[in-house]
Design a protein around this ligand. Structure first.
Ligand code: ADP
Ligand code: MG
Length: 240
C-alpha cells in the first residue's frame, strides 16, 4: 500500500534521513520505533508531503490491484485526498475552536454528502466528544484531545492513518483507551503507520516494525521477533 524507497531528507542543512526504505501492506499496523531524534517524525512528515525528499521515491496504492500512485513531492492536501491522514506529534488541536469545529477541519477537503454521517460515526466511537461538541478544544484533557485528534484524522476518511506518538504525555488509562481505539480503527479496515516512543506498546500493537537509528533503518521484521531481539530489548525495552 505504501512503499518508501531510499529517501534522503534534509532539514535545513542537516541530513536527517539516509536512504531510508520501508513498506506498509494493506490492513497492517506497522510501527516505527527508535530513540529521540532518530528521524521518525521526519519520516512521517515526508510521507504526508509536509517535507520533500531530496532523493528517493514514495508510492501509494490506495487499493490492492490498483496502479501505484507516486506521491513523492505531492502537496499535503493532495495526499490527504488520495487517502492518507496524519495525526501529528503533539496532536495539533485548535484550542480556541470547538470540538465540532476541530472535527470538521478534518473534512475540509471533502465536498461529498457523507460528512454528517462520519461526524456521527466519530461521536459513536468517542461519546465524550459528542458531549463536549460545543466546548473549546483547549479545555479537554490530554486523553480527550488525543481522541479529538484521532476523530479529526478519521474525518478525511483515510485508508492509511499515520499516527505520531499518540501516547505522549497521557496517563496509563488514557493510553490503554487510545491503543484499543487504534486497534478498532484498524479492524474497520484502516491501515496504520504508527510512531511510538513506548516501544513495548508499539511492538504489542503492530504486526511489523522498523527500528530507526540516526535516519536509517537499523532493523526490521515481525514485531514479535523484534520484541525478543536482545539488541532491541537492551536499547528500547529496558532489558540488560
Ligand atoms: N525543524 C527542524 N529543523 C532542523 N532540524 C530538525 C528539525 N526538526 C528536527 N530536526 C532534526 O532532525 C532529526 C530527526 O528529528 P525527528 O524526525 O523529529 O526525530 P524523532 O521523531 O525520531 O524524535 C533530529 O536530529 C532533529 O534535530
Ligand atoms: Mg518525533
Amino acid at each position: 500500500m505504501l512503499s518508501v524507497e531510499n529517501i534522503d531528507v534534509y532539514r535545513g542543512k542537516t541530513h536527517v534521513l539516509r536512504k531510508l526504505s520501508l513498506s506498509v501492506d494493506q490492513g497492517e499496523i506497522v510501527a516505527l520505533v527508535g530513540a529521540n531524534g532518530a528521524g521518525k517524525t521526519t519520516t512521517l512528515r515526508t510521507v504526508s508531503g509536509l517535507l520533500h525528499p531530496a532523493r528517493g521515491r514514495i508510492d501509494y496504492t490506495p487499493e490492492k490491484g490498483k496502479e501505484p500512485l507516486e506521491i513523492t513531492g505531492m502537496a499535503p492536501e493532495q495526499i490527504v485526498q488520495a487517502g492518507i491522514s496524519h495525526c501529528p506529534e503533539g496532536r495539533g488541536i485548535f484550542s480556541q475552536l470547538s470540538v465540532k469545529e476541530n472535527l470538521l477541519i478534518g473534512a475540509y477537503l471533502r465536498s461529498d454528502k457523507g460528512i454528517q454521517k462520519d461526524l456521527d460515526m466519530v461521536f459513536d466511537m468517542f461519546p465524550i466528544l459528542e458531549k463536549r461538541e460545543n466546548q473549546a478544544g483547549g479545555v479537554l484533557s490530554g486523553g480527550e484531545q488525543m481522541m479529538l485528534a484521532l476523530g479529526r484524522a478519521l474525518m478525511s476518511r483515510p485508508r492509511l492513518l499515520i499516527l505520531d506518538e499518540p501516547s505522549l504525555g497521557l496517563a496509563p488509562l488514557a493510553i490503554e483507551i487510545i491503543f484499543n481505539m487504534i486497534q478498532t480503527i484498524n479492524a474497520q479496515g484502516v491501515t496504520i503507520l504508527i510512531v511510538e516512543q513506548n516501544a513495548v506498546m508499539a511492538l504489542e500493537l503492530s504486526s511489523r516494525a522498523y527500528v530507526i537509528e540516526t535516519g536509517r533503518v537499523l532493523l526490521s521484521g515481525s514485531s514479535r521477533d523484534l520484541a525478543c531481539d536482545p539488541g532491541v530489548q537492551k536499547a528500547f525495552l529496558g532489558g540488560k
